[in-house]
Design a protein around this ligand. Structure first.
Ligand code: FCB
Length: 440
């Protein structure tokens, strides 16, 4: 039997725009994702999050599913455009009330609420004013964080500021694959800094809360020992991992990455004292892991998310892939966790997302295999002394998978979008069993 440390937290995760629907209800106004979805050609099949899994109306039923699975915690995100529809100024109590109801329903079931304050749904007026490349957005975010914290502090103990700032910055502003769909590499670097600054300011705005940040990290391997390939791996590890880990945990940007970026942008948007703010002490680090990266020197389709390293090419690692095309490698998760423990010791870690997209099947053998392998990697990491405290499966429900729309299904619970009927997949039953037994 594979065992986990006592108190290990088992959860599942979702995010607001991907499941809530009710896009124009109770005072919610558009976010950058509403605008992006309404732009022809941006999202597969013209899908939008307007209805999604209708969780806004069905949250009680969904909490019922969580109870059935035995979840210890539920990670969800709060929609800024519900709480502060213009991104600044007036607070919309009806928006906050939804999260009050959700949190109370969770607590009644002994499920710990794990809110994330920002999972990509920036209020459109803030993008109209320049978005994350503008410093003011970081200040607005801290103000919003304080509003939500004040409303829920008596009921929520663990808070996450941002989900995957790498995606917000580099997919949102460099490749344009995500909202707001801009292709401005230098702006993307500024966006990354202002996201980090917003994180630090938000931590400071939530005194006495236990706060963390969720990063999408990966294990990077060079395609060969040739110098150019080693350099490619250093660059991608720099942009994907260290560019976020170092400021948050050590109050500095990695010098080599700053140098790689020099042809694109200087760092004069970083003001004195910013890095001290970014590194405001946090209580845990959330890690989202899906797939490893094998990289070498070559050419990449333009525009690249790896600003300043456009000559790096991702190689085929020859492994099986999920339906979204991501290679499956649980060993990469173990290597990543061991590396985090080595390079950034002592910070408690939670896997805040891990999961797989597969075809539309309730008997999802492949998803069970994926989750099984990755949960085993977690157990092994913990056995090696990695301070891993919990695991959240992505995702509780099939949902709106960003630019892929509804075609890619990550849920352990199936959603029939025509009827909104929920059905537990085999992976959900498997997961309930893992939770009940406290391991594999
Ligand atoms: C992560 C996102 C999450 C989901 C998964 C598949 O990058 O945080 O919303 O889309 O990927």
């Amino acid at each position: 039997m594979t065992t986990f440390p006592p108190g290990f937290l088992w959860g599942a995760a979702t995010s607001s725009y991907q499941i809530e629907g009710a896009a124009a209800e109770d005072g919610r106004l558009p976010s950058i994702w509403d605008t992006f979805c309404a732009t022809p050609g941006k999202v597969d099949n013209g899908d939008t999050g307007a209805v999604a899994a209708d969780h806004y109306h069905r949250y009680r039923e969904d909490v019922g599913l969580m109870t059935e699975l035995g979840l210890g915690a539920y990670r969800f995100s709060i929609a800024w455009p519900r709480v502060q529809p213009l991104g600044s100024g007036a607070v919309n109590q009806r928006g906050l009330d939804f999260y009050r109801r959700l949190v109370d329903t969770l607590l009644e079931q002994d499920i710990e609420p794990w809110p994330t304050l920002y999972h990509w749904d920036l209020p459109q007026p803030l993008e109209d004013a320049g978005g994350w490349p503008e410093r003011d957005t970081a200040l607005r975010f801290a103000e919003y964080a304080a509003i939500v914290h004040e409303a829920l502090a008596d009921r929520v103990s663990h808070w996450t500021t941002l989900n995957e700032p790498w995606c917000s910055a580099y997919l949102g502003y460099a490749t344009g694959r995500h909202a707001p769909g801009r292709r401005e590499p230098a702006a993307a670097v500024r966006a990354a800094h202002h996201l980090l600054l917003g994180h630090g300011l938000a931590v400071q705005a939530m005194p006495e809360a236990r706060v963390g940040i969720t990063l999408n990290l990966t294990h990077v391997t060079p395609a060969s020992t040739a110098e150019q390939d080693l350099d490619a791996a250093r660059r991608i590890d720099g942009m994907q991992n260290r560019f976020f880990l170092d400021p948050v945990l050590t109050a500095a940007y990695p010098d080599d990455v700053v140098e790689d970026l020099a042809p694109i942008t200087g760092f004069d948007h970083v003001q004195e004292g910013d890095l001290k703010t970014v590194a405001a002490p946090i209580d845990f680090l959330g890690v989202n892991y899906y797939s490893p990266m094998l990289v070498g020197h070559g050419t990449t389709p333009s525009p690249s998310a790896y600003v300043g390293s456009e000559h790096v090419r991702q190689h085929d690692g020859g492994r099986q892939r999920t339906s979204i095309g991501w290679e499956i490698d649980a060993r990469g998760l173990l290597d990543l966790l061991l590396r985090l423990e080595r390079d950034y010791p002592a910070i408690p870690l939670y896997i805040t997302e891990n999961g797989a997209a597969f075809e539309d099947e309730v008997h999802d053998v492949a998803r069970v295999a994926y989750l099984d392998g990755h949960v085993r990697a977690c157990a092994e990491a913990a056995a090696h002394g990695v301070p891993l405290k919990g695991y959240f499966a992505w995702s509780l429900l099939d949902n709106f998978e960003w630019s892929y729309g509804y075609a890619q299904r990550f849920g352990i619970v199936h959603v029939d979008y025509a009827t909104q009927r929920r059905t537990l997949k085999d992976s959900a039953r498997w997961y309930a069993d893992v939770i009940r037994r406290g391991g594999l």
